[in-house]
Design a protein around this ligand. Sequence first.
Ligand SMILES: NC(=O)c1ccc[n+]([C@@H]2O[C@H](COP(=O)([O-])OP(=O)(O)OC[C@H]3O[C@@H](n4cnc5c(N)ncnc54)[C@H](OP(=O)(O)O)[C@@H]3O)[C@@H](O)[C@H]2O)c1
Length: 302
Amino acid sequence: MTSETITAAASGTWKLGDLAVNRLGFGAMRLTQLGGAFAADAVASDRGRAISVLRRAVELGVNHIDTAAFYFSPLRSANELINQALAPYPDDLVITTKVGPGRSPSGEWLPHATPEQLRGQVEENLRQLGRDHLDVVNLRILGTGSIAERFGALAQLRDAGLIRHLGISNVRPEHLAEAQAIAPVVCVQNRYGIGVAPEQDGFLRTCGEHGVAFVPFYSIAGTGGERGASGADGDEVLAVARAHGASPAQVRLAWTLHRGPHVLAIPGTGDPDHLVANVAAGALRLSEDALATLDSLHRGGA
Ligand SMILES: NC(=O)c1ccc[n+]([C@@H]2O[C@H](COP(=O)([O-])OP(=O)(O)OC[C@H]3O[C@@H](n4cnc5c(N)ncnc54)[C@H](OP(=O)(O)O)[C@@H]3O)[C@@H](O)[C@H]2O)c1
């Protein structure tokens, strides 16, 4: 499936609060460098190619882009590429960013932000994206501790009009309950895919019951994580791909979308052909047999 006529609308829509998005979106983490993300010796991406990928994504109907101020290589910033490629922004484009982690100007990871520092991170995203408010902001955390103070700080920025909707990332079910007691939550962004974090299945369903979008990251990269996709797919995924005339990456994306109407995809790529293939995966309907095979593979933690 490589049709350039399939648009992201084929994946169906979901509402993040009052903001409607096509379920097949785009993640900006891969735009700033070749190879793995966050490598100290990263080779910068080609600026023109990255900009054309972003513009093509929007042409193909993508209206949900995930980003962060900490997505940068020595020479490229994802937010600045998005600004340069897409501003003035289409009215229906929803840009989701995340705060919590921070990197020094030379790229070293800093301790996660305190409640007081979160405002500065929100303002940094506003400046880089050239916006007066942020559509969706995820609080990205590490560990299992309370998020009440940090989420409360973001709820205040929401009340002040700097943020329209809030989400949480890298979290557990108890964090969702804690956050929802403070302010509405429109999305949970966690690591998830075929064979990746099957223990999240219950949480994924809980999100659906609460009308909260579940937005997996690394649904193609899987255990490759920041380093990216290894291309080493097992026999089951390869067989399903062959049977559907699709690529393994498309099967991985389609499987996540089959997990529920509230599941959104944000595949990341700097490759224009991969972008087209990923958008087309939103139209891929897997057979019952294929779903049974992949579900079983998933439960086994492939
Ligand atoms: N909240 C969090 O903590 C968190 C953490 C990580 C990521 N994220 C977000 O989630 C997004 C998704 O993660 P990700 O970027 O790792 O995406 P992914 O979709 O899981 O995997 C991307 C990897 O797969 C490759 N790829 C993409 N499309 C492909 C295709 N059609 N065929 C073959 N290979 C393909 C990419 O390489 P090419 O560039 O060569 O295509 C890259 O190596 C990120 O962009 C970021 O916005 C959030």
